[in-house]
Design a protein around this ligand. Structure first.
Ligand code: ADP
Ligand code: ADP
Length: 224
């Protein structure tokens, strides 16, 4: 039973004759605990696909199901709640809250869901990502790699079933990128989280269990 299924997924922008088929009839599924990299050149539809999987963007047609629940059957409030409980997001530009310190940034998704922080889990994540000495720091006091590690911790703290990462190393130098990739892979393994990452960097895609390549909105390689 896959944790995520996309069926006949399409996202079109504009109308004929100026239509852009950003995602054009994509079908795939991801198993629980799998690490999938979605690769493709700029403009191939990666971000659009990831945003639909994460319920941030509404498909023109087709469905996304997570744990057998169809995102299209949910209204806005239900979708917000579902996202908060089931999906962790990691963005290229980290999206940390500048007025909160590292600790507060990491635990934010738990607070937003009115839950208690699992202190032991927090400690494990912080240790794994090497953030022990940074918890009181503000985001602007951190390097890019450190900020991205905070963003990874934040995406994982609520123990979402799926973590979606959009070019997580896009703003980092290659050495820092490789270590962030290792940490991302290790932490998703350790905590049995499904990880779907988009990247245009084929070198970093090699960290994944499976690579799906898309071109012009279609999967051309790597589907099962
Ligand atoms: P990638 O992430 O692979 O770079 P995108 O998903 O961002 O690709 O974009 C796929 C295609 O859809 C591109 O041609 C892009 O210009 C177009 N596109 C994406 N978002 C929009 C939008 N909001 N309005 C119009 N066209 C868009
Ligand atoms: P990346 O390839 O780094 O993911 P993009 O430039 O493709 O970044 O897209 C960044 C954002 O801009 C996305 O949210 C996408 O939907 C939007 N976007 C991309 N292309 C267009 C476009 N032609 N018109 C309007 N919005 C777009």
């Amino acid at each position: 039973m896959p944790i995520l299924t996309a069926e006949k997924l399409k996202k079109y922008y504009g109308t004929e004759p100026n239509i852009t088929r950003a995602v054009d009839d994509i079908n795939f599924s991801v198993e629980e605990g799998e690490f999938v990299a979605i690769v493709g050149t700029s403009g191939s539809g990666k971000s659009t696909l990831l945003n639909m999987i994460g319920g941030l963007d509404i498909p023109t047609s087709g469905t996304v199901s997570i744990r057998s629940e169809k995102l299209s059957n949910m209204d806005d409030d239900q979708l917000t709640l579902f996202r908060r409980r089931n999906i962790g997001f990691i963005f290229q530009n980290y999206n940390l809250v500048p007025i909160l310190n590292v600790y507060e940034n990491i635990v934010l998704p738990v607070y937003l869901d009115n839950k208690e922080v699992d202190a032991e889990f927090m400690e494990q994540i912080v240790q794994l990502l090497g953030l022990e000495s940074k918890l009181d720091s503000m985001p602007n006091q951190l390097s890019g790699g450190q900020q991205q590690r905070v963003a990874i911790a934040r995406a994982m703290i609520a123990k979402p079933a799926i973590v979606l990462a959009d070019e997580p190393t896009g703003n980092l130098d290659s050495k820092t990128s490789a270590s962030v990739m290792e940490l991302l892979k290790d932490s998703s393994r350790k905590f049995c989280q499904t990880l779907i990452m988009i990247t245009h960097n084929i070198e970093f895609a090699q960290f994944a269990d499976r690579i799906i390549r898309i071109e012009d909105g279609c999967i051309v390689e790597g589907n099962i």
